[in-house]
Design a protein around this ligand. Sequence first.
Ligand code: T4K
Length: 377
Amino acid sequence: MKGIDEPVYITQPLLPDLDSLQNEIKEIFESKWVTNHGIKHNLFENKLKTVLKVNNISVFNNGTIALLTALNALNLSAGSEVITTPFTFPATPHSISWNGLKPVFCDINPETMTINADKIEDLITPETSAILPVHVYGFPCDVKKIDKIAEKYDLKVIYDCAHAFSTEIDGRGIGGFGDISVFSFHATKLFNTIEGGCLAYNDNNLVEKIYNLRNFGIKNEEEVVDIGINGKMNEIQASIGLLNLELFKEEQLKRMEVKKVYTDKLSKIKYINIPKMPENTTDSLQYFPIVIEEDFPLSRNQIYDEFKKYNIFTRKYFYPICSDYENYKNLQSSTADNLPVANNLKNKILCLPLYGDLDKKNVMNICDLLKTFSNLK
Ligand code: T4K
């Protein structure tokens, strides 16, 4: 099979029309107000409340600072333990550590790849203060079970929704579960502001706390009431957000078409497993992960390398898993015994390119290549 001329990456950013953005930037330049809670920023926050179906939204300059702030805002006791998943991006456990808290890794569910809610209670100790689950690839965690456990043990819950923009569970916005939910608006995300993110939460008591923490802890010109950070989103980022809010649904429809082709073609190939989104959940269409089973003629790594020869750049999200990192590998919860499912999946998972403008011919080529690999041996 012939290689693809232009490299095909895992994703391509959704970008607004340049003329529209120029108009927005012109307005910003004329106003001379370019950051620190400007007009675009406030408008963007208001619009997001409707899109994400939550009472409160605080936008941030990136998802990681938003995550750091969420953990900080909940006043978790110093040095306490936060139960999380190892099957995620480094930002998740690092935000726990940067807050002086201890990540405790919990194994994942083999179907949804999210934290296994049935394993959480075994990890709770008197030191546990919170749970930080991740809706990985947009697959929802078992929010009902997790929120129940949190209530029983009086724990806070921060959901990492970096991959789940606009996802709904039984018609409810995914950002409305737990105490705070964190979204990323990085360029690689379905919905992006180039860099950016937000906190979504229903508790009105958190509004002022988060507002202050995002701006150095400044309450007013004469009072600094918290040890805050600079998490503010600037006006150009907010404008891109406003423009992309008009575009993301169409992008999702286009991705849905790509997903359909992948699903039709790949579900016929033996030993390739396509994880299924639960019925009651909408798909953010952030990623298209497949699981390469052991009996497939090529290993996940061999497939990844073969694809590269054809100019196709798939990704091993998430290999290594966070419990393999130098800084976490010696934790008591990082043992292979504690994390059998995550350790198994990390060697089988492969994310295929998924974005609206992905050429159908390239999608077919990717499927045909996998079919060819399946016939080797
Ligand atoms: N929690 C979770 C679960 C997350 O996945 C993330 C971020 C966060 C928290 C933290 O949110 P942020 O602080 O980032 O807002 C990318 C993203 O940088 C990262 O945001 C994302 N997760 C992660 C899963 O993916 P890399 O290291 O894979 O990025 P990179 O530079 O290799 O880009 C991937 C591909 O995307 C490139 O091969 C080509 C394409 N690309 C990328 C960029 C930056 C473009 O076409 N244009 C671009 O401008 O982390």
